[in-house]
Design a protein. Structure first.
Length: 320
């Protein structure tokens, strides 16, 4: 994996150089592996679980959008530092994005392998998404369903989904709506067909939606959760700006990010309101048939008090 990526994301271990051609020096992370941390903190607070999940996802997003597949996402390759921040380490098996990566040797742990990896040694960005789903399961429930329940996944998918739902429904800090949303995110990640698994950016948007809704819809404002969301959005935006400066990245790959920040700048709750940025980003996203982006643009031009009303333009967006 490109060394620059390590040094541009706070949730990826920093690269300090090479000792030899095959020996590199990475940042020392004082803390514990995700596996040990979760097993030792069975009563981990909701905010800490959400923070760890989102930090892992932000790191994966940056790696994926820079054109790399990790191929070995597992609890032993994720460190939790003394401030409860998640940091990805060990990218020995990462590879350039290639939808036809088939290897003679299977890489990774059996319990984290997607069906296509397990049966055909076929790796893609979507096999990383599957492993992420299993990691989310572990963080939220504190357990892995037994390896016999994972492979062959086609026969066990229904059972594993039920197992996850039964575990998290007892987590009292989830309300019913939130519970169903997280369950749907998890199911998307571990879909048996890689074509049905969403991109990491799409998943991140969904996950942010879950915790943002929780933060602003509770009877008592959760200032700690709001502060966390603002911090993580700021980090994601910083990485988005780095990606925008990379002329080798196709604009369409960033569609979900354009939509996310277009929507955030329009709402002005977790970032400073900026209608010009909002319109610019949403119009780029709308080029790729993002129905939500079109709908928001329609409402902006019809309802926003910061702009003169453009009825015709509003109708144009709504009619798509």
């Amino acid at each position: 994996m490109s060394c620059e990526i390590n040094n541009q994301c706070p949730f990826i271990a920093k690269y300090y150089g090479n000792i030899t051609k095959d020996t590199i020096v990475l940042e020392y992370i004082k803390g514990k592996t995700l596996k040990n941390f979760i097993e030792e903190n069975v009563n981990l607070e909701y905010i800490d679980k959400m923070k760890i999940i989102l930090q892992i996802m932000i790191a994966i997003e940056f790696i994926h959008l820079n054109g790399f597949i990790i191929r070995d996402i597992k609890d032993e390759n994720i460190m939790i530092d003394t401030n409860k921040n998640a940091i990805l380490i060990d990218f020995n098996y990462s590879a350039y994005e290639n939808y036809d990566i088939i290897t003679s040797n299977i890489i990774g742990q059996a319990k984290l392998m997607s069906p296509e990896v397990n049966y055909y040694s076929y790796y893609s960005l979507k096999s990383d998404i599957y492993a992420l789903g299993i990691i989310i399961h572990f963080i939220l429930t504190g357990k892995y369903f037994g390896e016999s329940d994972i492979n062959p996944i086609f026969e066990k998918m229904h059972k594993s989904n039920k197992n996850f739902f039964d575990c998290i429904k007892d987590f009292k800090q989830f309300d019913d709506v939130e519970l169903k949303k997280i369950f749907e995110i998890y199911k998307k990640c571990v879909d048996a067909s890689p074509e049905n698994r969403p991109s990491i950016s799409n998943l991140l948007n969904d996950f942010f939606d879950v915790i943002q809704t929780k933060a602003i819809c509770q009877e008592k404002t959760d200032t700690q959760l709001i502060s966390l969301i603002k911090t993580l959005i700021k980090i994601r935006e910083s990485q988005f700006n780095i990606l925008l400066s990379n002329s080798n990245i196709d604009e369409q790959k960033l569609n979900d990010l354009y939509f996310f920040f277009g929507n955030e700048y329009n709402n002005g709750f977790f970032v400073e309101f900026d209608i010009e940025k909002s319109i610019r980003y949403l119009e780029i996203s709308s080029k790729y048939d993002n129905a939500l982006a079109l709908s928001i643009l329609g409402s902006i031009y019809y309802l926003n008090s910061y702009l003169p009303k453009h009825f015709e333009r509003s109708v144009e967006y709504y009619s798509h």
